[in-house]
Design a protein around this ligand. Structure first.
Ligand SMILES: O=C(O)CCC(=O)C(=O)O
Length: 254
């Protein structure tokens, strides 16, 4: 398959970001995004704010990871909404997506240390999950240090240029064996990588003895992008407005 929504006529091609006056990123970073489709590392949290963020994930981890199926908790947990919609993140997103930004998906992905672990994330492109044209930006925020041995993400720079590739029902890219030139996305706690929903990425198991690897991934779109599944998509407004009422936008949880 190409996406989960073969019935939809989606535009899954490569469209470079054009931002005439970036405010949070430099023009070089925007050019880099268009070239390799990610920008990293970007510091989003530090000092006391980072301590609080890590404490939040530690005390909420049961709730955030207990559900077998996918659940985007930023719709209902105030602290998580504040993390995905924090002003440093949205300032960067405005450069990539424009002034009006919604967040429709988030997930805390925590890989426990286990030398025998086989828990990995297969090669995929997030655009295959979304019932909309390929235009979303993702932010993966390191809650703990993410490095090669504890299963940091690996990216295939520039892989967006081919558009969306054929994948199986589990979203595994059919031709994964031939993928070359991957780079590890090592990050310190509080740092993030911004990347496109077309970028091919994966992450191996955390085979360390004692180094937890927790990260928050969140998917953002311009409010002008119309989700095309017949019903409006539930989304949190992170900045600006949804003037055309394209999304089912809710108030921040409080
Ligand atoms: O955290 C991970 O290991 C995988 C995250 C991921 O695949 C994503 O954000 O799309």
């Amino acid at each position: 398959m190409i996406t989960m929504y073969p019935e939809l006529d989606l535009d899954l091609g490569f469209h470079p970001v054009s931002c005439e006056q970036p405010e949070a990123f430099t023009q070089d970073q925007i050019d880099q995004y268009n070239e390799v489709w990610y920008i990293s590392p970007i510091r989003l949290f530090e000092g006391e704010e980072l301590d609080e963020l890590q404490a939040f994930f530690e005390r909420s981890r049961k709730r955030l990871t207990s559900i077998g199926s996918f659940k985007s908790f930023h719709h209902e947990i105030p602290e998580l909404y504040d993390i995905v919609a924090n002003p440093r993140t949205t300032a960067c997103l405005k450069d990539l997506l424009g002034p009006n930004v919604v967040c429709h998906v988030s997930q805390y992905i925590r890989k426990e240390p286990d030398p025998d672990s086989s828990r990995k994330t297969i090669y995929h492109q997030d655009a295959t999950f979304n019932p909309m044209d390929a235009r979303c930006a993702l932010v993966w925020l390191a809650v703990d240090r993410a490095f090669v041995d504890n299963g940091c993400m690996w990216f295939v720079p520039g892989s967006h240029r081919q558009g969306v590739l054929e994948c199986d029902e589990g979203h595994h890219i059919a031709d994964a064996a031939s993928i070359e030139n991957q780079v590890p996305m090592e990050l310190e706690p509080g740092q993030a990588v911004f990347f496109s929903d077309l970028l091919i990425h994966s992450s191996p198991p955390n085979r360390t003895a004692d180094k937890v690897r927790g990260g928050l991934t969140a998917t953002y779109a311009s409010a002008e992008l119309v989700p095309t599944l017949g019903q409006k998509k539930w989304a949190a407004m992170c900045c600006g407005e949804d003037e055309d009422n394209n999304w089912d936008v809710h108030e921040p949880p409080r």
